[in-house]
Design a protein around this ligand. Structure first.
Ligand code: CA2
Length: 154
């Protein structure tokens, strides 16, 4: 079964408990439960983790380089600051999906820049907790298409 690592950055463990007007009322445990259900439906092995520590996230991305077919990352505040996370995802051999609950481009100007976007395959943002399931669906499609020859032309 293909394996997907879904990693969450700092403060996302507080979801549902603070700032519900921005991040919604769903807790990270509830998001993990919907991701597990989606992964079962999509035939994916899911590794779902959260850390408040940049170095731990870097180590998990390095672990994913050895074990995962796709990587989904909500880097939280490290999105906007972390060259270390950008360098780590740059060596991931498969698709990397950057994920955000909120639409970072509708928020403060300093949230518009993402180091992670510079190396990500694609970005999903602004769909709240649903974005997590959308990211898993996108990962499953990219894994299934792996090795396919591009179509078009004659
Ligand atoms: O929208 C997202 O998913 C973000 O990655 C969330 C980050 C923010 O810094 C990014 O710009 C966008 C913040 C995560 C903090 O999560 C909290 C949850 C509940 C209460 C307080 C913080």
């Amino acid at each position: 079964m293909p394996t997907v690592y879904l990693l969450n950055g700092p403060n996302l463990n507080m979801l549902g408990r603070r700032e519900p007007e921005i991040y919604g009322r769903t807790t990270l445990a509830e998001i993990e439960a919907s991701c597990r259900e989606a992964a079962r439906r999509l035939g994916l092995e899911l590794v779902f983790r959260q850390s408040n520590h940049e170095g731990e996230l870097v180590s998990w991305i390095q672990e994913a380089c050895e074990r995962a077919d796709a990587l989904i990352l909500n880097p939280a505040a490290f999105t906007h600051t972390s060259v270390a996370l950008m360098d780590a995802i740059a060596i991931f051999p498969g698709p990397v999906i950057e994920l955000h609950l909120s639409n970072i481009h509708r928020r403060e100007p300093w949230r518009h820049h993402s180091y992670v976007s510079l190396k990500a395959t694609g970005i999903i943002c602004g769909f709240g907790a649903d974005g997590y399931v959308l990211a898993l669906e996108a990962a499953a499609r990219m894994i299934a298409r792996r090795g396919e020859k591009p179509s078009g032309g004659s």
